[in-house]
Design a binder for this molecule. Structure first.
Ligand code: FES
Length: 380
């Protein structure tokens, strides 16, 4: 073994450092067992502005299109909502048939008004169907957030911006567009907005009014199932992006999975640098999974649950259906709230939101993980 030579000064400082352990142990031994009650003013203010969760009252429901509704909430306490960066999302907790479901929705109202939050929801999935069919004005829900990192950042992003947006995904982008136009010195902002028909366009009047008010704002509407004058036909294309003199501009993309699969290769072929492209994160569901049943064993502290799980459902969905409460937030594999340890079993998972250390030590995000065998999991 190589002899490590140290001068006296180094030896002395290491000895002093080692002595610190004894000194620390001595202090701990004589310290009070009670936790300090003092709270720093900054922490108190942060807790006041951003409580962990809060009760909200549904105060207004607006039909936006055939299959999209907006839901307006106030806080039950009548306080302001937490301030948020445009593009953020909240989670809404909903009880359906005795089971608790939590889902993430983008805030679609302006960040300038904190008296109300609006979410804009497409009819799909158990919670949105419940909101469409059963939610009534006056109902109380539990909300958490805001969360997220899909924002325009003036220090990072360019002053010329292009949004590529599909259907109901305008919900999260709309406050960002307002913010860019009202609060940042944006030189140009183009929105290329794809829907099936003209009736599926969200906030058409508002968008057209914004175009009249801000000369640096331009919208191209793209219809995939209807041909009309003054509207592009088909999908958001390379040709439409080229028309926007795209070079050197920041891109914000939000849409369904297929839209990303369609647009990412186009942006790559146009040599748009990755650092100029921001995606609203979405969950990728593998298409090749069948409804094969396995067992999922979940360890939580000193409790153990064994429940069925299926190859075409996330582990989170199986736990949710069987009332095993897992802490979740984004439900798309990004925030890390649901991080759990895979003790045994084979899975198909989206690892994009995991760090190298997580992968090495078998941590996964159950919200984007599908079982391929019996699974044993430890949740926290
Ligand atoms: S809930 Fe965010 S990573 Fe799973």
């Amino acid at each position: 073994m190589k002899d490590i030579k140290m001068n006296e000064k180094k030896k002395k400082s290491i000895a002093q450092f080692v002595d610190l352990f004894d000194a620390r142990d001595e202090i701990i031994k004589h310290s009070s067992k009670n936790l300090p009650t003092y709270q720093y003013p900054a922490n108190l203010l942060a807790q006041e502005l951003h409580p962990d969760s809060f009760s909200v009252q549904l105060v207004k429901i607006v039909n936006e299109t055939n299959d999209i509704k907006s839901f307006w909430f106030t806080r039950e306490s009548k306080e302001n909502f937490p301030p948020f960066l445009p593009g953020s999302y909240i989670t809404l907790q909903v009880e359906i048939d005795g089971r608790i479901y939590k889902r993430a929705y983008s805030i679609s109202s302006s960040s300038n008004s904190l008296k109300e939050y609006r979410i804009t929801v497409k009819k799909a999935g158990i919670v949105s169907r419940y909101l469409f069919s059963s939610a009534k004005e006056g109902n109380i829900f539990l909300m958490e957030g805001p969360f997220g990192d899909f924002h325009y950042q003036s220090l990072r992003d360019r002053k010329e911006v292009i949004f590529l947006v599909g259907g109901s995904f305008l919900a999260g982008c709309y406050p960002m567009i307002l913010d860019c136009l009202e609060n940042h010195k944006i030189q140009s902002l183009s929105l290329i907005y794809g829907t099936k028909t003209v009736n599926d366009i969200l906030w058409k009047k508002e968008l057209d009014d914004l175009q009249k008010k801000y000369k640096n704002f331009h919208v191209t509407y793209v219809l995939s199932e209807e041909k009309r004058d003054d509207y592009a036909f088909g999908f958001i294309s390379e040709e439409l992006i080229l028309k926007e003199s795209y070079q050197g501009k920041s891109f914000f993309i939000s849409g369904p999975q297929k839209m990303y699969e369609h647009l990412n290769p186009i942006l790559k072929s146009l040599d748009v640098p990755n650092e100029l492209v921001h995606h609203e994160i979405f969950a990728t569901k593998p298409e090749d999974l069948a409804s094969v049943k396995h067992n999922l064993t979940v360890h939580y502290r000193d409790e153990t649950y064994t429940i069925p799980c299926y190859e075409n459902e996330t582990l989170f969905t199986s736990m949710e259906k069987n009332r095993v409460l897992l802490k979740v937030c984004c439900t798309v594999g990004v925030c890390g709230f649901c991080k759990s340890k895979l003790l045994s079993g084979e899975v198909k998972t989206d690892m994009s939101g995991l760090r190298h250390g997580d992968i090495t030590y078998h941590f996964i995000h159950p919200c984007v993980t599908y079982p391929l065998s019996d699974i044993v999991l430890e949740i926290f």
